[in-house]
Design a binder for this molecule. Structure first.
Ligand SMILES: [Zn+2]
Length: 264
């Protein structure tokens, strides 16, 4: 029994040292690791987000998944540093995928001939055993980037005297984090769109619209002749993705400000 055990331990040690020295698969993996190690970013394991409420009502109204999700999206949209952590995780995911694809290609290309220089029999092992040991060893030496990221949102209310305290903690991971990223991206695209649309209302365009509408507010009919301050506005709010072409109209200052981003 003991002799057998010692034999396997020694054989394993010899195998590993042979793999380290001779395996072309292991050599290729080491090159790949050197290339990818700087690309894999360190991640904070948990992002803690406080959600303090000043009134019990606020606590109860927000004590549900949808509210917490919206709050969390808002937090990330306004916090570039926290956002970077989400993008680091995405980047690790993407790099891990190409890393593994490349490793698998190398393994396939070698066609199990990575130990050609070695005569497994001289190591008291079969070719199959050698190959298995080699692949197992290489898999163990593969890089394992941080992908696990948790978000913990702590909703809390504490009465002024501290007699009443409510606390709820919501944990988010994987798919929810992907949804948050989608929200951040959507918001970013929308801001670009808004900027673009605003930039399209040039002086010439404003003049065209005012002329077309006869210098009259299209809601209340107040005219420039009567002293109304006329403005050119998006009919369908830019916030709702309205585009420019037929979306501009003339409004007086009062009507425009009553409108806000509500659609009429
Ligand atoms: Zn008006």
């Amino acid at each position: 029994m003991l002799a057998t055990l010692i034999f396997f331990i020694i054989r394993n040690t010899v195998l590993i040292s042979s793999i380290k020295q001779n395996s072309t698969l292991f050599a290729a993996l080491q090159n790949l690791n050197a290339e990818y190690a700087p690309l894999f970013l360190k991640l904070d394991k948990t992002i803690k987000i406080p959600f303090p409420c000043t009134k019990p009502k606020t606590f109860h109204n927000n004590n549900n998944k949808n509210s917490i999700f919206d709050y969390t999206c808002g937090f990330f949209i306004n916090n570039k540093a926290a956002q970077r952590t989400l993008y680091s995780r995405q980047s690790n995911k993407a790099n891990l995928s190409t890393y593994l694809t490349r490793y698998n290609k190398i393994e396939a290309a070698l066609g199990g001939k990575s130990y050609a220089k070695v005569k497994p029999k001289s190591l008291l092992t079969s070719e199959l055993q050698y190959k298995r040991a080699e692949q197992k060893f290489c898999r163990r030496k593969q890089l394992k980037p941080d992908l696990k990221l948790n978000i913990a949102v702590r909703l809390s209310y504490s009465s002024p005297a501290g007699r009443r305290q409510y606390v709820s903690t919501y944990k988010m991971s994987g798919p929810t984090i992907d949804n948050i990223l989608a929200q951040i991206e959507g918001k970013r695209r929308y801001e670009l769109h808004k900027k673009h649309q605003r930039a399209l209302i040039t002086k010439a365009v404003r003049f065209e619209i005012l002329k077309r509408d006869g210098y009259v507010c299209q809601i209340c009919g107040a005219s420039r002749a009567e002293g109304a301050r006329l403005e050119v506005d998006h009919k369908l709010a830019v916030a709702n993705w309205g585009t420019n072409t037929n979306n501009l109209w003339t409004l007086c200052h009062d009507c425009n400000n009553g409108k806000g981003s509500k659609e009429l």
